[in-house]
Design a protein around this ligand. Sequence first.
Ligand code: C5P
Length: 401
Amino acid sequence: MDLKDRRILLGITGGVAAYKACDLARRLQDEGAQVQPILTHGALHFVTPILLQALTGRPAYVELWDERFQGAMGHIVLSRDADALLIAPATAHFIAKLAHGLCDDLLSSVALARQRDRCRLLVAPAMNVEMWQQPATQRNVRTIEADGAAILGPDSGDQACGEVGEGRMLEPLQIVAEVVAAFQPKLLQGRRVLVTAGPTFEAIDPVRGITNRSSGKMGYAIARAAQEAGAEVVLVSGPTALAPPRGVVRHEVTSARQMHEAVLASAASSDVFISVAAVADWRPEQPSMAKMKKSADSEPVQLRFVPNPDILATVAALPSPPLCVGFAAESERLEEHARAKLATKRIALIVANLAQDVLGADDAELMLVGAQSSVTWPRASKIDHARRLIGEIAARLTIRR
Ligand code: C5P
């Protein structure tokens, strides 16, 4: 429930993507938001107030001159207790109106009447690629951005008009993620954060290998939380089934040595390195180029393993290392093992958890072990822990400065 009790005005303007705004209204409510729909006359060509009312449980307003509002001041009444005005889809015309402060209908009047420090403006453009790329549109987008609006997207791809290119509205769940991000404190603005996530896979032959169990969920949650906090995030990921969080640069790797190389390419220019990946400690000394065949007599197979580089320890030993945070999945004696790792890897903080408790799960109990402290964070979702960890890291960065 990342939007619990947030009051969101959902402004729908006249683009084909208005049909997706109906689903968006539902998805925002799934996260706990209260959604108040406002439609322009253009939107009425695509969706109806009754549909939006049925989806949100609130009357969908259209008219500036609506007698239902106290003192006939709909634009004031609606905007006063809202936390955000989300316009999705936002047409080129509506963005132009926002850029110039025009207010000839209810939605544009609400946009102009809102209190800027209380009710943020989030705009999800949706239009034909040529309309999006027009200098006039780009100028208007820059203007509203400079005035404080957050521009969500647009995406590129197939368009309803049959053309292909930039201008597609983001998908509803992507917009929800952006709205959630807009409410997070920008604790890492201007910082660079490097995260590793997932397992590594060490080949034995072209079809076999050894790996560690890791879904990547914690590392991806941390990359997302860092991005939400305003950081520039690079995520070096072993094989997982997860989609990268929007706005995060992901490098996909397979083996520990590839992860080592990708991390070292970014580590020196990062402010923070959070090593969440379950890196395989060893790899086969001589992976076979051809598939190893089973022998008829079922003789035991002998494999020799050599240690992989310790990526975290390497980064911590750089001449001027980023703030390094490690993870430790243990099966017992959590704090003792975590303290040992803190010392041998020479890092600032270890986040420890019980492997049997956390692997593949969406929530976990964590123990944070620093040089002079250890604290247990009770069971919570990985994204909640990730946001809290980002808060802890931001505080340590401030002290470090
Ligand atoms: O030594 P151990 O694997 O238990 O330490 C865990 C921490 O060290 C994790 O943060 C993990 O990402 C990191 N690590 C690493 N390179 C390795 C092994 C572990 O970066 N080869």
